[in-house]
Design a protein around this ligand. Structure first.
Ligand SMILES: Cc1ncc(COP(=O)(O)O)c(C=O)c1O
Length: 465
């Protein structure tokens, strides 16, 4: 069997490991079809192995850490095993790192931003392609600078040494995404780490869009190409039970007080004084989300058993096919560079002549395909991709203020998971082609405040827009 055929066969097997892939939905005209989920960058479905691990952990579930009894011990053990699984998955098992459980990536970045030691005059270097979750937590914490993008809206890492030089040793941290949630572009985080370290800065990688798609090797702490801090979320890793992680050097959280304070984070409290626990416990005040952590660990073990190299190879294969099929559609414009090697399986596009949110509505109600339309919590990047000038952005802000979010220009995003197959891409292709030709099976009404299109119940199905 050829390598290509083998990968396609792998995907069929992986598909059987995923819950709900054969789920039937009713379309606007009453027909039923198997749902196609092409919104994996927002959330992935659940793996059967995750369900099974949850069932086992629920059997012996009890309050971990501070209670006695077999079940409490077992639950505490599962929680710590999950932590070890996270470090292994991220290639961070050098004994000098910890994994702190948070509720998602956003909380992980907020925690890092709250506790990262920053003095007046210090600079944090971000990029223009960041998700709001890796932009807003840094505001007010330091002077911010932004790595520029190249003509194709990829991160211009070649500009990093110059920028670090320009700030003359004031950049304390470079905080960039491992892959963009809009274009899927992958950033060379090891190269960025090497440059950042050369100038005395640390590096944080937001791996929310990387972890389910490519192998991650944080490397041994202290190695020039190693990643100092990294976060990701279980929601996009086939285990959506409300947990995320922040991986950091063990020593990092020893100074000062944690951002979240309360039980579990201390070794002693008097009315005047407090002694904080060692990390990671001091960073996880309150009852932990043990089942979320167990679910994540189960998903990571399954992904490791499959092999992340293989997941990545299959994703490139399907991505190549998807880009080819999208390019066949007249009037469809892929945002950023349309090349496949430098991106995970996420592609955003415009269908000229049809509003993006209407495209998404028709895909949903008439074809049973789930995608996302909008600006993907990355306003600055989207505005750049759409070529808006500073003046246009300022005008847009005023329009959003007076008329609502629906004013923000949108694109359509499709994002692949390990279980997607070529037939689903074919349906996507047929759907977009029909929409582009104005072949709607229903009518839609625009909700001005959100920009969403919903089927207009006042019209019969079968009429056109
Ligand atoms: C690149 C990136 N960073 C951060 C986040 C925020 O992740 P979470 O929803 O886990 O807080 C997302 C979510 O889509 C993302 O795509």
């Amino acid at each position: 069997m050829t390598w290509d055929a083998q990968l396609r066969q792998d995907a069929r097997w992986w598909r059987r490991q995923v819950v709900g892939v054969e789920h039937q939905v009713e379309l606007l005209d009453g027909r039923r079809t198997t749902y196609v989920n092409l919104d994996n960058a927002a959330a992935t479905p659940v793996l059967h192995s995750v369900q099974e691990a949850m069932r086992c952990a629920e059997e012996t579930y009890a309050g971990p850490h501070r209670s006695s009894g077999y079940k409490a011990r077992r639950t505490a053990e599962l929680y710590e095993q999950a932590r070890a699984a996270v470090l292994r998955f991220a290639g961070a098992e050098d004994g000098r790192r910890i994994a702190v459980f948070t509720k998602n990536t956003t909380e992980a970045v907020n925690k890092l931003a709250a506790e990262f030691p920053l003095e007046p005059g210090d600079v944090v270097l971000l990029s223009e392609m960041e998700h709001h979750g890796n932009l807003l937590p840094w505001r007010g914490r330091a002077e911010l600078a932004y790595l520029p993008l190249d003509a194709q809206a990829r991160l211009n890492l070649a500009a990093l040494p110059d920028m670090l030089e320009r700030y003359g040793g004031r950049v304390r941290l470079v905080a960039i995404c491992g892959a963009s949630n809009v274009t899927g572009f992958v950033n060379d985080m090891q190269a960025a780490a090497e440059t950042a370290h050369r100038f005395g800065a640390k590096i944080f990688v937001d791996a929310a869009q990387l972890a389910a798609h490519l192998p991650i090797r944080m490397g041994a702490a202290g190695d020039p190409r190693s990643i100092d801090f990294l976060s990701f979320t279980a929601q996009k890793l086939y285990a959506p039970y409300g947990v995320g992680v922040l991986i950091s050097p063990k020593e990092f959280f020893r100074e000062g007080a944690p951002d979240l304070k309360g039980g579990g984070a201390i070794t002693f409290v008097s009315l005047e004084d407090v002694l904080w626990e060692d990390p990671p416990a001091r960073e996880e005040a309150g009852s932990p989300n043990v089942l979320g952590a167990v679910a994540l660990a189960a998903a990571l073990r399954t992904m490791e058993a499959i092999g992340m190299e293989r997941v990545a190879a299959r994703e490139q294969q399907l991505l190549g096919y998807m880009l080819e099929r999208l390019e066949e559609i007249p009037g469809l414009e892929v945002l950023g560079s349309p090349s496949r090697e430098e991106r995970v399986g996420t592609v955003s596009f415009l269908v000229h002549g049809v509003p993006s949110r209407l495209v998404a509505a028709a895909l949903d109600w008439e074809w049973g395909i789930g995608v996302r339309a909008g600006y993907f919590c990355a306003n600055p990047y989207m505005m750049r991709l759409l070529g808006l000038s500073r003046q246009e952005v300022a005008r847009l802000r005023d329009r959003v203020r007076s008329r609502g979010q629906g004013e923000v220009p949108a694109a359509v995003r499709v994002s692949l998971g390990l279980y997607n197959v070529e037939e689903e891409i074919d349906r996507l292709h047929d759907a977009i082609r029909a929409v582009r030709l104005g072949e709607f099976r229903g009518r839609y009404a625009l909700e001005p405040a959100t920009g969403e299109y919903l089927p207009d119940a006042t019209h019969e199905a079968g009429s056109t827009l």
